[in-house]
Write a protein that binds this ligand. Structure first.
Ligand SMILES: [Zn+2]
Length: 578
């Protein structure tokens, strides 16, 4: 079994390894390629401007992450065409359907990119152009393969003119209209052919050769060769969201055990259900079961005595027993109260975040979801979403509060920071004091939060503009406090400045602490974002085009919560993939 997945970058160890294997296949299967061209592949994925094509790499990955084949697709958004630079299976894997699966994946991608069609080269089956019968036979097999999938050589042009007279095997140019029934107009074809030759082969094709080939396109519309090897019509390309473009979804299956029954406790289980109900039907998500991670990941960002305390106190409580902190030992920090329930205030920032028997297991499971979401990004997913409660962004290194116990976003960020630089953007209505506190002295994790000015909004003691980080972390914390009344436009401006700061930082990963309490009618907020704003804001974050983990934080109006979440992810997805 193998799966086709897109490789977006050369940052994670898995992707680096995949690219190295692709380079090996290139070396084996395309001996004419220069060392330099092969070595350049990672840069080609990173820099669409230099190569004047957007490069998209797909791999067929088998057991033990062995690569059975790959396709490198070039996308030209202005002329709206795609060009297959390479499609190849590894030497030990001929046949077996990998080539077909890769080609079909490429067709779907081209269709989703609104391309008029796919272009690529294939060596000729004409004895006048291909003299060696062995090679000619192989060429014919490849042409048969492409015919079966709906691609045919363009005829009546001089495309297959050897660069040097007498050179063997000058390639045909093939066209696949993806089943769209497109008659390729001459003038468009000329522009496309010029783009291919000038951008791909500028160093081998002299300008007069390119002019000659372009001029040779006379038929209008361009004519394709009649099927020679395959009589049945090809299957049209399918437009769907391929598995590797879906958002990996992790839902805290233990969230419901954490249910504080007190009146007015808005952080309730219904929040998860109302989000799930709305996002389920979108087809954007691929659900996974969370893995279990060791506590060391929690202790990497939280004080270990605090973590041990939380575990111990929860286990010591009776079912239905709740502890609310009521003594805050600020005067003597060296003397935490001995009685476990009384000690709660030693680690808590407020009086409304209770402890009970289920807090620890529920919060631990939320962390497992966040870490699995991060792991999915390392495995090659571009987007992942930990739909969890209890939330986490108010939990600091030494403390819990604001309905939060462990800071799942910070724990996921810490985990990913072993592989590259992280930007955390907190878009909850309330300040992300937890991430700020945890990463305040670090320059490899940029923390940004847009929130209600702490003069009037929880947590009241942090989130001020002047808090910018200290030591190595100076200028790596950015607070954007906003007034009590904020509309779409005002919010958009704030998010724009956050996005600008992220771009300047050039991170390898993005973590979004997604609070939906910025919505109109949220019982804990004062702003008035509408459902369409969530889509636009998701789109802005998506346009950063970074591997992104989204962690659910606040948002308490269960009537609109799901719709806003759905809109946010629709925007994020479109911003990322379009
Ligand atoms: Zn909030």
């Amino acid at each position: 079994m193998f799966r086709i997945r897109r490789v977006y970058d050369d940052v994670t160890p898995m992707n680096k390894e995949a690219i190295a294997q692709v380079q090996n296949i290139l070396r084996q299967q395309f001996p004419a390629l220069s060392k330099h061209e092969i070595a350049d592949l990672p840069r080609q994925l990173r820099n669409p401007l230099k190569y004047r094509f957007r490069s998209i790499l797909f791999i067929a990955e088998g057991p033990a992450r062995r690569i059975g084949g790959f396709a490198l697709l070039l996308h030209e958004p202005i002329l709206r065409f795609c060009y297959i630079d390479f499609i190849s299976t590894a030497r030990h894997r001929t046949g077996g359907g990998i080539g077909s699966a890769l080609y079909e994946r490429v067709r779907t991608e081209a269709l989703n990119l609104n391309a008029i069609g796919l272009f690529f080269e294939c060596l000729p089956d004409n004895p006048k152009l291909s003299h060696n019968p062995e090679i000619r036979k192989r060429n014919a097999e490849r042409l048969r393969f492409f015919e079966r999938h709906g691609a045919f050589p363009i005829v009546n042009t001089a495309y297959e003119t050897p660069l040097k007279p007498g050179e063997d095997n000058p390639p045909y140019l093939l066209f696949d209209d993806l089943g769209q029934d497109i008659q390729l107009e001459r003038d468009i074809a000329r522009e496309i052919v010029r783009a291919i030759l000038e951008r791909k082969y500028a160093n081998v094709c002299p300008p007069e050769y390119i002019d000659m080939v372009v001029e040779s396109f006379q038929d209008d519309p361009v004519q394709l060769r009649k099927p020679r090897y395959w009589k049945r019509p090809a299957v049209p390309a399918a437009r769907y969201i391929p598995a590797d473009q879906r958002i990996a979804l992790l839902v805290n299956d233990k969230h419901a055990i954490h249910h504080v029954q007190e009146q007015g406790y808005v952080e309730a289980p219904v929040r998860i259900d109302s989000i799930l109900a709305e996002i389920d039907g979108t087809g954007l998500f691929q659900r996974f079961a969370p893995h279990r991670f060791s506590e060391k990941h929690i202790k990497a960002v939280h004080n270990s005595k605090f973590v041990d305390y939380l575990k111990k106190v929860c286990a010591s409580l009776q079912p239905n027993e709740s502890v609310y902190p009521y003594v805050f030992p600020l005067r003597n920090a060296a003397r935490p109260p001995t009685e476990l329930p009384i000690r709660a205030g030693y680690y808590c920032i407020d009086t409304f975040t209770p402890l009970n028997r289920n807090v620890y297991p529920a919060a631990k499971r939320a962390v497992d979801c966040a870490l699995t979401a991060a792991e999915k990004i390392l495995e090659g997913y571009r987007l992942s979403y930990a739909l969890i409660r209890p939330p986490g962004h108010h939990a600091e290194r030494h403390s819990f509060g604001g309905f939060c116990y462990f800071n799942s976003a910070a724990i996921a960020a810490e985990y990913l920071s072993k592989y590259g630089k992280i930007a955390i953007v907190d878009i909850d209505y309330h300040h992300g004091n937890g991430q700020q506190n945890i990463f305040y002295e670090r320059s490899d994790v940029l923390t940004i939060s847009i929130h209600g000015q702490p003069r009037f909004a929880f947590p009241y003691f942090s989130g001020f503009k002047a808090e910018k980080g200290i030591g190595a972390g100076k200028n790596y914390n950015m607070n954007i406090p906003l007034p009590e009344i904020v509309d779409s436009k005002r919010y958009r401006r704030a998010l724009e400045s956050a996005v600008k700061r992220v771009k300047r930082f050039r991170p390898d990963f993005l973590v979004v602490a997604l609070g939906l309490d910025t919505a109109r009618s949220d019982p804990t907020g004062t702003w008035s974002l509408e459902p369409e704003d969530f889509e636009a804001n998701g789109g802005m974050l998506g346009s950063l085009n970074l591997p992104t983990v989204v962690i659910q934080e606040g948002g308490y109006d269960s009537h609109i919560l799901g719709i806003n979440a759905r809109n946010f992810f629709t925007g994020l997805w479109s911003g990322t993939f379009k």
